[in-house]
Design a protein around this ligand. Structure first.
Ligand code: SF4
Length: 287
């Protein structure tokens, strides 16, 4: 049985999802509604064993495993190592184990602890950077500033993890549009993750951000402004062999490439679309 709602990155669509925690230990980000209905808790080993036995009915030999819910790295290191040993015994064919990870959880672990977790089996971490702007990170209650975000990302890579970072287009509204683009490019460039995904802000009625917008504290970008923001962000990126995707259901324009190699082509395509006069996105977000 899973506790719902259950989330996983799009690239984990074929992975077996093992639910180790329920909810998010931070659970404060104003734009995020994912786990607002869940009280965060860490499952006991007995519960996880029972859960894995149940999962085996459906998939006995997964090659990819995703550990849910939010930030499994907030568990004590010994518990993570013990869990990974158990998972590898039960699923010997697993070639890749991955998890979401909050920047604070990475920062709280020592380099040695992170290396041990990597060696024990977690290969890929997904870290929501959301924005590189100190102002936006503070407004959204992300819990870290720009310098901490960069340190967390670099620390994960130093420990040997593959890292996937996400930025949310439009998160700073019209108020911080330029700052969001430039500072996010700065943070992603400083981290140089293996994967970089660009999503687009979709405001859910249940989120606290919806209240900010209704109160006029933040104004949503138009689709054309999102395009402009994407262009500025890409133009400011300095990356080495980073796989870039903007193919989430929230994106108005699908993009894929490797940065910086494909930067000029991607920017030229976005500019052509922006200047064409016939850019008609499928939806326009208003509250
Ligand atoms: S964005 Fe991530 S860290 Fe923030 S509340 Fe949502 S799941 Fe938790």
């Amino acid at each position: 049985m899973y506790s719902t709602p259950l989330y996983r990155p799009p690239s984990e669509a074929r992975s077996l999802i093992i639910q180790v925690t329920e909810g998010c230990s931070h659970n404060k980000c104003r734009f995020c509604y994912m786990y607002k209905c869940k009280q965060f808790r860490i499952k006991s080993k007995e519960e996880i064993i029972e859960h894995i036995n149940w999962l085996k009915q459906y998939d006995k030999n997964p090659e990819r495993i995703f550990l849910a819910d939010g930030n499994v790295l907030c568990l004590k290191t010994e518990k993570i190592l013990d869990l990974l040993n158990y998972i590898k015994t039960e699923f010997p064919a697993a070639k890749r184990i991955s998890s979401y990870s909050g920047p604070l959880d990475i920062l709280r672990k020592s380099d040695e602890e992170l290396r041990a977790i990597r060696k024990a089996g977690i290969e890929l971490l997904y870290m929501g950077v959301e924005s590189g702007s100190d102002n936006i990170l503070a407004l959204m209650l992300k819990g870290v500033n720009q310098a901490q975000m960069i340190e967390a990302g670099q620390k994960a890579i130093r420990a040997g993890f593959k890292l996937s970072c996400m930025i949310i287009s439009g998160l700073g509204g019209t108020e911080y549009m330029h700052e969001h683009a430039v500072e996010s490019a700065k943070v992603i460039s400083a981290i140089n993750p293996h994967y970089f995904s660009l999503l687009r802000l979709v405001v859910e009625e249940e989120s606290e951000l919806a209240d900010d917008i209704k109160e006029g504290k933040l104004h949503l970008l138009t689709p054309l402004e999102v395009l402009d923001e994407n262009i500025i962000m890409l133009e400011n990126m300095e990356l080495n062999n980073c796989i870039f995707r903007a193919n989430h259901v929230s994106n108005h324009v699908n993009q894929a490439g490797t940065l910086n190699q494909d930067k000029d082509i991607l920017v030229a395509k976005l500019k052509k679309l922006r200047d064409s006069g016939d850019f008609i996105p499928m939806e326009y977000d208003t509250l």
